[in-house]
Design a protein around this ligand. Structure first.
Ligand SMILES: NC(=O)c1ccc[n+]([C@@H]2O[C@H](COP(=O)([O-])OP(=O)(O)OC[C@H]3O[C@@H](n4cnc5c(N)ncnc54)[C@H](OP(=O)(O)O)[C@@H]3O)[C@@H](O)[C@H]2O)c1
Length: 228
């Protein structure tokens, strides 16, 4: 199950897994973008799309899991790529941004985890991967809301890992550097992009983390910040 599947990283994760004969549940708030993307996948890929889903809503998240179980019988892994970025100083205007970042990054991570964990517990197997960010470890100026929301993702991941370490369920999060996306290129036209990370390289890391071979990796906040 890949949430945010119409986004930059979500698409890369889906594309990587589609080449590995894995049943895919692709979920996003968007409908048109998600359906258009799903049509680009290899015809042999086994894909369920769950479009128009606002995963800050627990009822929607529950419906997503039920649809996945109806179609494929279980959910082995959930990769939650939903998230976003905003900056601003700590002033009287910061509250709206705080609430927005907390919903987009932290609440969605909690809501999706709560929805998927019972199915994984019943199967005594599961892999959860969330996407945090380096400022979740230490914030810089104008990063209060973003950094706090990504710190919440890290702490949530650690807690899930600790609660389920005897259930065959792992939970990890990734701390990407700047991902090479069209949006980042447009926002930072003069940036040195050689220091950026490709979404496909992060997708390969995720593919390992959700594999049976990664059973010993849990509770991690794994940097994917590149070499430069
Ligand atoms: N891009 C970077 O440089 C970078 C760096 C560090 C960490 N990250 C993290 O990496 C992750 C992926 O980034 P990305 O660049 O792939 O982001 P993205 O392209 O914006 O993709 C996120 C996807 O999630 C969807 N979404 C947002 N809120 C949702 C909700 N409530 N319910 C369902 N779907 C929702 C978005 O739909 P809409 O288009 O409708 O919003 C979008 O399709 C995020 O957690 C981000 O914070 C990114």
């Amino acid at each position: 199950m890949v949430t945010g599947a119409a986004g930059n990283l979500g698409r890369a994760v889906v594309a990587t897994l589609a080449g590995r004969d894995i049943c895919l549940v692709c979920v996003d708030r968007s409908s048109e973008e998600l359906e258009a993307f799903a049509r680009t996948l290899p015809p042999k890929a086994r894909v369920l799309t769950f479009a128009g889903a606002d995963l800050s809503d627990p009822i929607v998240a529950q419906a997503m899991v039920e649809a996945a179980v109806d179609r494929f019988g279980r959910v082995d892994a959930m990769v939650n790529t939903i998230g976003g970025f905003a900056t601003g100083p700590v002033t009287t205007h910061a509250l709206a941004q705080w609430d927005m970042m907390m919903t987009l990054n932290a609440r969605v991570a909690l809501v999706t985890s709560v929805a998927v964990l019972p199915v994984m517990q019943a199967a005594s197997y599961g892999r959860i991967v969330h996407i945090a960010a380096v400022p979740g470890l230490k914030a810089g100026a104008h990063q209060a809301a973003y950094a706090a929301s990504k710190a919440a993702v890290i702490r949530l991941t650690e807690s899930i890992a600790a609660e389920h370490r005897n259930d065959g369920i792992t939970a990890n999060c990734i701390l990407p550097g700047t991902i090479d996306t069209p949006q980042n290129r447009a926002a930072m036209p003069d940036a040195k992009t050689t220091a950026w990370v490709s979404s496909s390289s992060i997708a390969q890391l995720i593919a390992f983390l959700i594999s049976p071979a990664a059973a010993v990796v849990t509770g991690g906040a794994i940097p994917a910040t590149g070499l430069a």
